[in-house]
Design a protein. Structure first.
Length: 146
């Protein structure tokens, strides 16, 4: 017998018996589910990607000689200005007053924020972005000023 197919004996009007194959009712649903899973598995990964920090200036984990006057974060997708923020805190967790983050008009994957003169020490940058496809992600990194 064939897997997934039921067999039954059917009597016809002449009195003879014949065996007919009938499809199992769940087999069609299973085939549709398998087809959908195959399509989803082969879809481009970028279709499911979220905003990912590709680079930052100052860079994550870096020590800079001169305090930056702005932070520049570059992401893998275009950003929405209204829902993208950057917060900076010193080693004690005290927030550093910074201006509102702005998406670069020339490159919508770049988020910049002007910062006041930073003293020597360690700083943590916390970012939250919403990409053009409405996915919100967040992250953080640290850098030091000599």
């Amino acid at each position: 017998m064939t897997a997934g197919v039921a067999h039954r004996i059917v009597h016809d009007y002449s009195g003879s018996q014949t065996m007919k194959r009938i499809a199992h009712p769940q087999l069609g649903r299973l085939a549709a589910l398998a087809a959908a899973a195959t399509v989803l598995a082969s879809a481009p990964v970028a279709a499911f990607a979220h905003g990912k920090l590709e680079s930052a200036a100052p860079a994550a984990g870096s020590t800079v000689d001169t305090a930056p006057d702005a932070l520049r974060l570059t992401f893998n997708e275009s950003l929405e200005t209204a829902f993208s923020t950057v917060k900076i805190a010193d080693a004690g967790g005290v927030p550093v007053a910074a201006q509102k983050a702005k998406v670069d008009a020339a490159n919508p994957r770049v988020l910049t924020v002007a910062v006041p003169k930073l003293a020597s020490g360690a700083y943590t940058v916390q970012w939250t972005v919403m990409t053009a496809d409405a996915h919100k992600t967040k992250g953080s990194y640290a850098f030091k000023v000599k």
